[in-house]
Design a protein. Structure first.
Length: 223
């Protein structure tokens, strides 16, 4: 039987209208529940002790500090919570700082409602979410200094895992498709990220999405 417990979501944004709009969007879906709201860094940090939260939608720029600092603190104390940075600004430095801080997603506030809902569900399942407009920035950073074929050092199995990461699959989904255990998949993911010089799955997903037309079914192909 499928788990009927809704995904518990908290909203952190200093604009009340944004929070009201997000809450209204989520309220129409039985598998999602808003369990907390905050308008500042201080209030966001207080949420950690006030509610059990599965996914945190977090503005990058807050009146009393940076949402990225909130992300860092949250990941240190509540590592099970998945964090999506939601911002109006496509600042590359903020993007990379957020990924380094442990954010599972980075979306612009221009994201369509259905896409945001899909992102929340995907990161809750262990996946990642990156705004398509920002994918080239991550790809460029990941490819900087890479060899002519950035996939050259990967084994066929690691390439297959990478191809599924590009499709947004979680570790469990990858394990099912490749007939592996989740522990083995985690091992492959850790190895391939290390080989490619990526710190987060989001970097891998963005880069691989960029080269998808040139990649074979097993993730092979030249760049």
């Amino acid at each position: 039987m499928a788990d009927s417990t809704p995904i518990r979501v908290a909203l952190v944004d200093d604009h009340e209208l944004v929070r009201v709009g997000l809450a209204d969007l989520l309220s129409g879906h039985a598998d999602l529940a808003v369990v907390g709201q905050a308008a500042s860094v201080a209030d966001a940090l207080a949420l950690m002790d006030e509610a059990s939260i599965d996914v945190l939608l977090l503005d990058v720029r807050l009146p009393d500090g940076s949402g990225i600092d909130v992300c860092t603190a949250w990941r240190d104390r509540k590592p099970a919570t998945r964090i999506i940075m939601l911002t109006s600004y496509s600042d590359p430095e903020e993007l990379f700082r957020a990924l380094a801080a442990g954010a599972a997603g980075y979306l612009l506030k221009s994201t369509r409602g259905p896409d945001l809902l899909a992102a929340i569900r995907n990161v809750h399942a262990g996946g990642t979410a990156l705004d398509p407009a920002l994918a080239p920035l991550v790809m460029e950073r990941a490819a900087r200094g890479a060899p002519p074929d950035p996939l050259q050092g990967l084994s066929p199995r690691e390439r297959a895992v990478l191809a599924l990461i590009a499709d947004g699959c979680t570790n469990r989904e990858i394990a099912d498709q490749l007939s592996l255990s989740e522990t083995t998949v985690k091992h492959y993911v850790s190895n391939l990220l290390g080989k490619m010089g990526w710190a987060r799955r989001a970097e891998a997903a963005a880069f691989l999405a960029r080269i998808t037309p040139e990649r074979g079914p097993d993730g092979s192909g030249s760049v």
